[in-house]
Design a protein around this ligand. Structure first.
Ligand code: ASP
Length: 365
């Protein structure tokens, strides 16, 4: 074999070794759907039809394999059992692949992606959620661009050869967001997601620009640990002018209730009515954990600022700082599932960030 041939074979071998392997997990959503031309309705495509719409997926320098859920579902039907399936699919294939892309409907993507960020402890490989506003088969669809760039993001490595973004993220339109900071903001535009209290981790233009200083990197050599027990004994209680005692008590007296996301005004304020204070205090004394989350998309809870918020503190309500509702709810569900009966531990873990989901300002208690 002449020397040139040897060099070429080595190059081919090296390329093959260096080729990143990405598992694309299909759960459903618009991105996996095609239109039935007779009825006009959208329905999930089978995997071969889906692959035929995005042949580029298999033509690049990334080795892509697909794992479809059966059946594919609209994300309005997503339940914690599906989160467990997604987390298990990542864990079972963790050694075999360099990264994961999860195709998911946009409607509840930020719930699923937030849940996985808490369920996959010590994650050291990228898990990128994406979807689309228009079905994959439609000419103007955003499906192809979102999927191909999500694969590229999942395969990206830094100059030490380590995964560039070893976090659970959402890629949409041109931005990569930390999953537990993102929320769906638009049902119409292609720019469907935003992360109001934390900058995007990467921007895709002509080049993809990663913001390495904003990305979380795991401690070296920690094994992936999955939290697969999810507890659904939680509720969201959104305050509004005129809310009455019956409604508040109906929520707080729900049988088996363990945690409440209390959606308050502005920097975490609530009406000063005595009955409200009393109902909340009685609930926290019964061991229900109530976390204050502002209804504003941007900014943080600050329970020290106004008298009306101090009442909440006195009632035993804890601060959710600048967390999203999706992150707070799924964090509670994971913690209540993982540490049943350990109220103090859960309260502590809810008041600190455990995977980048909130910024705690020590001056704001
Ligand atoms: N209803 C769809 C879903 O969430 C919407 C979408 O994918 O954009 O599955």
């Amino acid at each position: 074999m002449d020397i040139l041939k040897k060099i070429r074979n080595f190059a081919v071998f090296f390329c093959f070794c260096a080729m990143k392997r990405i598992l694309v997990i299909l759960t459903g959503g618009t991105i996996t759907m095609v239109r039935n031309h007779e009825t006009g309705a959208l329905h999930p495509a089978d995997v071969d039809t889906f692959k035929a719409f995005v042949p580029e997926m298999f033509a690049g320098n990334v080795d892509v394999e697909m794992l479809p859920f059966n059946p594919l579902i609209d994300s309005s039907d997503i339940s914690p059992e599906n989160w467990v399936r997604m987390a298990t699919a990542v864990a079972d294939n963790y050694r075999k692949y360099d990264g994961f892309v999860i195709l998911h409907g946009t409607d509840t993507m930020s719930y699923s992606a937030s849940a996985l960020s808490f369920m996959l402890e010590n994650l050291a490989k990228p898990v990128v959620f994406t979807g689309s506003q228009l079905p994959v088969g439609v000419l103007r669809s955003d499906a192809k661009e979102n999927l191909l760039t999500a694969i590229e993001m999942a395969a990206a490595e830094d100059n030490r050869g380590k995964p560039m973004v070893p976090e659970v993220t959402i890629y949409f339109e041109d931005s990569l967001f930390r999953a537990n900071r993102a929320t769906k903001k638009n049902a119409e535009h292609f720019e469907a997601f935003d992360s109001y209290n934390y900058p995007s981790l990467a921007k895709a233009g002509v080049h993809i620009q990663f913001r390495e200083n904003l990305i979380r990197y795991p401690e070296d050599n920690m094994p992936l640990f999955t939290h697969l027990k999810i507890c659904t004994d939680v509720a969201i209680l959104k305050l509004f002018p005129g809310i009455n005692e019956q409604v508040v008590r109906a929520v707080l007296n729900t049988k088996g209730l363990k945690g409440v996301v209390l959606e308050t005004y502005g920097s975490g304020n609530a009406p000063s009515a005595q009955w409200l204070y009393k109902a909340l205090k009685e609930a926290t004394e019964r061991g229900i954990i109530i976390v204050n989350k502002t209804q504003c998309s941007m900014g943080s809870v600050d329970m020290g600022q106004y008298e009306v918020a101090r009442n909440l503190l006195k009632a035993g309500v804890i601060s959710g700082y600048d967390i999203t509702t999706e992150a707070l709810l799924t964090k509670m569900m994971t913690l209540f599932g993982e540490f049943p009966g350990q109220t103090d531990k859960i309260k502590h873990l809810l008041s600190i960030p455990i995977c980048g989901e909130m910024t705690v300002d020590v001056l704001r208690q």
